[in-house]
Design a binder for this molecule. Structure first.
Ligand code: HAM
Length: 467
């Protein structure tokens, strides 16, 4: 529809049902990350600009071209965060340093002024984790295993892990020299941006998106060939740990990443298809010098961030649309005025007991057929038919909308069920079969406690109805 006001370029509304996938991504992350001992850190979306210039690097694309900068009233430059590692380290130094190693995770929006395309937006969400105060390769393996587990839990098994090591401040100078020598002899073929990069930050040439520079980068020296003994041992330790955990990886000697703070391990999880050119779904690495560079005590650390929009694109291809937009458990369908009033009260009693229920709340004259159509459209699992008949004979009438089968229970059976507890009910059903319940209902009951709750709430409502 034509709207008078339009959304800002590169920004997106996340509408239902897509928002359910964001919730799924977040819920699963909270579950998996907690099992690995990570706790949530909630960070502001605004920081002083210098924090990003100092940590990500003032000659990186992110800081040079992609920052949303906001002047504050005192003339200082604030920036919308383009990523959360810098903020997490700042928060660690201000509030957590001296309290032992920290395993932290976050979920929130980031902002980069990039050219928007599929999987690349100016506001995007990251789920990330930072393990601060952990020097050994076990911590690297733990983070990689956590992400790997997360993807497997969603059944996303085609994702490839790319791995490299950038070395440390001891071995980086020799690599730097070899790289500059290689690039210098090819200066004329480099794009204009990379000619500048070569003078200011040659490593950045290796992640230039220009096709000629990509070709050139392929034959450039790799940091892996210049690792000092400690860095080589660390990298070996990581590979060994991943082998022990049977987590497959591919060594990519030219993986350098677009942020300056990395030392030693860097990695990316890439989706082979489905994301177009934005195939990195999650990425990270070690940043052993950053805490100290930002004014804290020397503290090694490693982390990653996952692009939630990119994960959601993959989940959309994987999860059935019906499952994504799960409707209410129950739709109440009434016939006549008396039934409408009964249903209205029952609706709120059900919701109070934790059952997701709906009805045509403002349409007391709506036909049965019309209400059943609404139930279908809403994606309800069950419909409860409430008419004079049900209220007079005090019975319950439920239709399982997926199979179309109906269940009618008289008050006596409901009373019996309402007096059993859930565990007992499950035992009943898994033993000899329940006398007055058909197969479909046994199955629905065993799988779904809310049908049992519905029966109980309904029983109370019919028992107490004013006739
Ligand atoms: P990054 O590689 O810049 O690393 O971003 C991580 C992930 O965020 C990317 O792999 C991608 O999935 C997603 N992403 C990045 N930019 C966009 C965008 N414009 N639109 C949609 N998704 C995007 C970092 O941000 C580091 N802080 C990761 C890290 C944490 N390293 C250590 N700790």
């Amino acid at each position: 529809m034509n709207s008078k006001y339009q959304i800002v370029k590169g920004f997106r509304d996340i509408l239902p049902p897509e928002s359910s996938l964001f919730q799924m991504a977040e819920k699963e992350a909270r579950k998996v990350f907690a099992c690995f001992g990570f706790r949530e850190i909630m960070l502001p979306v605004v920081e002083y600009l210098e924090l990003f210039a100092r940590s990500i690097g003032d000659t990186t694309d992110i800081v040079e071209k992609e920052m949303f900068v906001i002047p504050d009233k005192k003339g200082r430059s604030l920036a919308l965060r383009p990523e959360a590692t810098a903020g997490a380290v700042r928060a660690y130094i201000e509030g957590l340093a001296g309290k032992g190693p920290q395993k932290l995770y976050y979920f929130g929006p980031m902002f980069r002024y990039e050219r928007p395309q599929k999987g690349r937006y100016r506001q995007f969400w990251q789920l990330g984790a930072e393990a601060i105060g952990f020097p050994g390769p076990g911590a690297d393996a733990e983070l990689v295993a956590m992400l790997n587990q997360y993807f497997l839990n969603f059944g996303l098994d085609g994702i490839e892990l790319k791995l490299n090591s950038l070395g440390c401040k001891n071995c980086r100078p020799a690599y730097h020299e070899a790289l500059v020598k290689y690039l210098e002899s090819r200066r004329e073929t480099l794009c204009e941006d990379c000619k500048r990069r070569l003078d200011r930050n040659p490593l950045r040439v290796l992640d230039c998106k220009n096709p000629t520079c990509i070709e050139l980068a392929k034959a450039a020296p790799s940091p892996i060939d210049f690792l000092c003994a400690d860095c080589a041992a660390h990298f070996h330790g990581l590979k060994k740990a991943l082998d022990t955990l049977s987590i497959p990886y591919h060594l990519d000697p030219h993986l350098v990443r677009g942020l300056d703070y990395y030392t030693r391990t860097v990695f990316e999880f890439q989706a082979p298809t489905g994301l177009g050119s934005q195939n990195a779904i999650a990425a990270g690495g070690r940043y052993d010098d950053l805490v100290e560079e930002l004014g804290g005590p020397a503290t090694p650390a490693i982390g990653f961030a996952m692009g939630v929009e990119r994960l959601v694109i993959l989940l959309e291809q994987k999860i059935e649309a019906k499952k994504i937009s799960a409707g209410p458990e129950l739709f109440l369908v009434f016939a006549g005025e008396r039934a409408f009033h009964f249903a209205f009260k029952l609706l709120f009693a059900l919701r109070k007991s934790g059952v997701a229920a709906e009805m045509a709340i403002d349409e007391p004259d709506k036909s049965l057929r019309g209400q059943l159509k609404l139930a279908d459209k809403a994606g309800a699992k069950m419909a409860m038919i409430i008419g004079d008949d049900e209220l007079t004979t005090r019975s319950m009438n439920i239709k399982l909308l997926e199979t179309g089968s109906e269940l009618k229970l008289p008050l006596e059976s409901l009373r019996e069920m309402a007096n059993i507890d859930w565990e007992e009910m499950k035992q009943h059903l898994s033993s000899a079969g329940f006398a007055f319940v058909s197969r479909d209902y046994e199955k629905a009951l065993v799988e779904n406690q809310s049908l049992f709750t519905i029966m109980k709430v309904y029983f109370d409502a019919v028992k107490n109805q004013e006739v």
